[in-house]
Design a protein around this ligand. Structure first.
Ligand code: NDP
Length: 449
């Protein structure tokens, strides 16, 4: 019989923590998990899932207009009710949270709905003072929005609050030029809000291929989203009527009804007792782990955003699975971080895998780049000028496709399948050997000349 209360104590029931908990339990471990907020974590509760539902909701703004060109009699006074969508989305989040709880229950994982902090390499304390010992502890506390320090920052909201707004803001200012900024710019713009993205630098979506970023910028501006570059926030002032004045460097101030700060997420490690337990953190506060998710303290492991490797849900899930299989399943597994596909659910969305043109040029020297710049058939009939752009980056020496970058309708759906080919190391000749599926947008991938 073990000397410990549990074999594994997991702090944080998000994507990584839940996966690790249930797989470890399925391998026979006695597992407990502590969650101070809601089971499911940022992705399910206030991230990917509710965001994607808002993206679907927003897309109707264009679809309803386009439907007229397809013969549908859509009234011109079609109105959107934010409260209906918000409540339906939040109800769906409740349902999913319930399912996550059921999964943990059915795997006999004990759930403590409490904050837990480390009080030693094999001991945690819950908020009510209860102390629990475990042979191993897994830190899976994720990240939280980072808000730069400027006067009036308390008047801004983050992605934590944006799903709960009482009303749709008439004018929204969004700080940041990354995933969340571009996704919510698209959402609010489609719902009819006046959107301004304010960026400290001169580029959006750093890390994505330049041509694809430029295309999103151009389409977003055509749709009415305004961009301010090289304009760090100076302050936000709240006026008597509740509206906000945003003061910027190098730019006129902007009046807004809501300010959304989307300037990155930082690892959730503050106050967890990690330093006292001897766990090494990096300069951003992330838990430093090796390829096996083990920290500098042998009994303490970490997975997901708290380790600040790739901040994506499917990566956290892989890490949680690899940890549980390695430690409890007798199947040592490490996560392969090469060619992880990603998407931005902007309007239109972006999908990408592998190296950008610039990265590939740096890595291989000699490359070939193929592009397809086209108007989706549906957009042509609908009278939309918006063009999709697909880009394939090929290593000249091996003919291997080392990067795929797409912006256009359904780009993430198409990219996920194409990412298999890139991950498998297939060549341009392999793509060319595949017969086109006509008529589709995806066929462009096998027709690039
Ligand atoms: P991102 O890292 O995508 O973008 C951060 C933005 O904020 C950049 O434009 C950055 O500018 C800017 N910024 C950073 N620090 C400051 C600062 N001190 N002052 C002003 N601006 C600053 O972060 P998000 O908040 O949009 O998203 C957080 C993470 O969540 C993402 O990295 C992603 O991993 C994940 N996510 C993934 C989604 C998806 O998969 N579709 C959707 C939403 C989030 P600069 O370029 O100059 O650094």
């Amino acid at each position: 019989m073990s000397d410990f209360d549990y074999d594994l104590f997991v702090i944080g029931a998000g994507s990584g923590g839940v996966r690790a908990s249930r797989v470890a339990a399925a391998h026979g471990a006695r597992v407990a998990v502590a969650e101070e907020y809601r089971v499911g974590g940022a992705c399910v509760i206030r991230g990917c899932v509710p965001k994607k539902l808002l993206v679907y909701g927003a897309q109707f703004a264009e679809d309803l207009k386009d439907a007229r060109q397809f013969g549908w009699d859509v009234p011109t006074d079609c109105r959107f009710d934010w409260n209906v969508l918000r409540d339906n989305v939040l109800a769906e989040v409740d349902r999913l949270e319930g399912l996550y709880g059921q999964t943990l229950d059915s795997h006999k994982v004990t759930v403590f709905r409490s904050r837990a902090t480390l009080i030693g390499p094999q001991k945690v304390r819950l908020a009510d003072g209860q102390e629990i010992s475990a042979e191993r502890i897994l830190i899976a506390t994720g990240g939280r929005p980072f808000v730069p320090d400027f006067p009036g920052s308390e008047h801004a909201i983050t992605s934590n609050e944006v799903f709960h707004l009482d009303a749709l803001p008439r004018r929204v200012v969004i700080a940041g030029g990354g995933y969340i900024a571009n996704e919510f710019a698209g959402i609010f713009n489609e719902f009819g809000s006046k959107v301004t993205i304010v960026n400290r630098g001169d580029a959006i979506l750093r890390g994505y291929d330049e041509q694809i970023r430029d295309r999103l910028l151009q389409i977003s501006m055509t749709k009415g989203i305004e961009f301010k570059f090289n304009a760090p926030f100076r302050s936000i002032e709240k006026k008597a009527d509740g509206s906000l004045t945003v003061t910027l460097e190098n730019c006129d101030s902007i009046e807004a009804d809501a300010v959304l700060v989307a300037t990155g997420r930082v690892p959730n490690t503050a106050g967890l007792g990690l330093e006292d337990a001897g766990v090494d953190l990096d300069e951003q506060g992330a838990v430093e782990v090796d390829d096996h998710n083990q920290s500098s303290v042998p009994s303490i492991y970490a997975v997901g955003d708290v380790t600040n490797r790739i901040q994506l849900t499917p990566v956290a899930i892989r890490e949680g699975q690899a940890f549980a299989d390695s430690v409890y399943g007798g199947k040592p597994t490490t996560v392969d971080y090469a060619n992880v596909p990603s998407a931005v659910f902007s309007h239109p969305p972006i999908g990408a895998v592998g190296l950008t043109e610039a990265e590939a040029r740096d890595r291989f020297g000699s490359i070939r780049v193929y592009t397809s710049d086209f108007r989706a058939m549906k957009n042509v009939l609908a009278g939309r000028s918006e063009r999709a752009l697909y880009k394939m980056v090929v290593d000249e020496a091996s003919d291997r496709v080392v990067g795929l970058h797409m912006i256009g309708p359904d780009a993430p759906e198409i990219l996920q399948a194409a990412a298999i080919a890139v991950k498998a190391g297939l060549t341009k000749a392999d793509f060319d050997a595949t017969v086109a599926l006509h008529p589709s947008m995806a066929e462009e991938l096998v027709l690039m000349k």
